[in-house]
Design a binder for this molecule. Structure first.
Ligand SMILES: Nc1ncnc2c1ncn2[C@@H]1O[C@H](COP(=O)(O)OP(=O)(O)OP(=O)(O)O)[C@@H](O)[C@H]1O
Ligand SMILES: [Mg+2]
Length: 483
């Protein structure tokens, strides 16, 4: 470049090739300027798009994410300032650099107030335009990197986040926090899909063993004949097909946590062996004679009522007591309807991100239906229903139409009450509050939330309607002055 002063920062600032994907858009109605500037920036390693007018520029901004737009200030049709304002609404993240003639500097300064990144005065040389473009581009890279890191962090936190504000769930989570750091054996009981595996991992993550392996084995998914060798390992030649010595899950989980999922399905003869290992802290591989010491924390889970299994002779009583040192019961979702909106919102965010959709929330009608539904598949079912709704949603909110028929009908469309016109307001209000309370199974806090009033207002109304006495005990106004 014969007429350009060498830029001392040239090499250090050259955009790295892998970052060169975000394009720079040049807008100028003079074709000669367009091509020469495009050449300059391309030589710097940028990917360049060009547009001859504002319309073309906006089309480009809509079609892809542009890092920096360099635009002429005066063009026929739409001025650079107007283009700047429109561009900011179409693509708020794109930085705009204005090319302005000497006489219009004041306007350019005005443009800076409207969010332009910088301006250059025409006519300009390569070393006038390249540095501001680079600076803007680098700022964009930093922003993009920040966004990526934040998304990654959200994802990693989000994947393990246990949602639950209902009192039963809070008690359970408190217990998890309390027992996690110890090495105590934990038995998690709960219906299918209530989050047993999630809790098992949380126990591991909250323990001093967290940097050691968490090994899970699903006792229901593995045939009895294989379960034994899977758990305890096998010496070469222990059985036909055992061509090599195999490490069992106990050995793999050494110093970590072994999660025995669906323990209720374990055959009695395997239960006998398991009990021995738990008592002695050592295993014997199948077909082996040596014992191997293992140090595993055991977390077991089942969706069966193990006490009943014991009573009916399907589960060994001694093993049951050995496992049931700490008992964690995960309540089914229908027993904690106030967790439904929180969980739905959590899954909505997860799946909106996964599907690249921007969905802000769930319509109240849909929430009410979800809260009334019994969720036989518990949280897993709610997760699937929410994912489906996210995929189906047309607007930026999930509506009842996006829910599957079972949730819409069996849970009952939002229960309705109707009144003849002219019904005294007091009467309407009383019926509405009472019916809402029935729906929330007496949960006043939740009913107040749905009705859009303060919890204390519900108490006050119930008092006024003469139902106060029996509810006084949990009245949050105890000890407060009435307004
Ligand atoms: N409280 C919760 N917060 C967030 N996600 C949850 C919660 N409970 C469960 N999940 C999610 O629901 C799904 C089912 O949970 P998990 O697999 O732990 O259930 P489970 O009790 O082991 O079920 P199953 O008995 O069918 O094996 C998982 O995707 C899990 O992340
Ligand atoms: Mg499970």
């Amino acid at each position: 470049m014969p007429n350009a002063r060498p830029d001392p920062r040239d090499d250090a600032e050259r955009p790295r090739s892998e970052l060169g994907i975000l394009p720079i858009l040049i807008v100028d109605d003079e074709a000669a300027n367009l091509t020469s500037l495009a050449k300059v920036l391309e030589r710097e390693g940028f990917t360049v798009r060009t547009a001859a007018d504002a319309r073309g520029a906006l089309e480009c901004l809509r079609a892809e994410s542009v890092a920096v737009m360099v635009t002429d200030f005066q063009m026929p049709g739409m001025t650079g300032l107007d283009l700047l304002k429109t561009a900011k609404s179409v693509s708020p993240e794109t930085d705009v650099i204005l090319m302005t003639a000497y006489g219009t500097i004041e306007m350019a300064v005005d443009a800076m107030k409207h969010g332009a990144y910088d301006f250059v005065v025409k006519p300009f040389k390569r070393h006038d335009i390249v540095p501001p473009v680079k600076r803007a581009f680098e700022k964009q890279l930093l922003l993009a990197e920040n966004r990526r890191l934040k998304a990654e962090l959200d994802r990693s936190l989000g994947s393990r986040r246990i949602i639950g504000q209902s009192s039963v769930m809070r008690e359970t989570l408190d217990l998890v926090d309390q027992v996690a750091p110890s090495s105590a054996t934990v038995l998690i009981m709960g219906e299918s899909g209530t989050g047993k595996e999630l809790i098992a991992r949380a126990i591991h993550d909250g323990s001093t063993r967290k940097n050691k392996p968490f090994v899970a084995i699903n006792c229901a998914a593995i045939p009895d004949t294989i379960l034994e060798s899977e758990l305890f390992g096998a010496e070469k030649g222990a059985f036909t097909g055992a061509t090599q010595r195999r490490e069992g899950r106990f050995e793999r989980a050494h110093q970590g946590t072994l999660f025995l999922d669906e323990i209720g399905e374990m055959a009695l003869h395997v239960q006998v062996k398991l009990l021995r290992v738990l008592q002695e802290g050592e295993i014997e591989r199948l077909g082996g004679t040596q014992t191997v010491a293992v140090d595993c924390r055991i977390v077991a889970a089942t969706n069966r009522d193990l006490a009943k299994e014991v009573a009916e002779g399907r589960f060994r009583e001694d093993l049951y007591y050995r496992l049931n040192v700490i008992n964690l019961r995960l309540p089914p979702l229908r027993e904690r309807p106030d967790d439904v909106p929180l969980l739905a919102q959590h899954f909505l965010q997860t799946y909106a991100r996964k599907n690249n959709k921007s969905i802000l929330g769930i319509e109240p009608d849909a929430i009410v239906m979800m809260m009334a539904y019994a969720w036989p598949g518990n949280v897993r079912e709610l997760e699937n229903v929410t994912e489906r709704a996210v995929v189906l949603a047309r607007g930026d909110r999930i509506t009842d139409n996006d829910l599957p028929p079972k949730v819409r009908t069996r849970g009952g469309a939002p229960r309705m009450i109707s009144f003849p016109l002219g019904t005294p307001l007091e009467e309407v209000e009383q019926k509405l509050v009472n019916e809402t309370l029935k729906m929330t199974k007496g949960d006043k806090r939740l009913a107040a939330q749905l009705l859009g009033i303060a919890t204390r207002t519900i108490y006050r109304k119930l008092d006024a309607w003469g139902r106060g006495e029996s509810d006084r005990a949990d009245d949050p106004r105890q000890g407060e002055h009435d307004e």
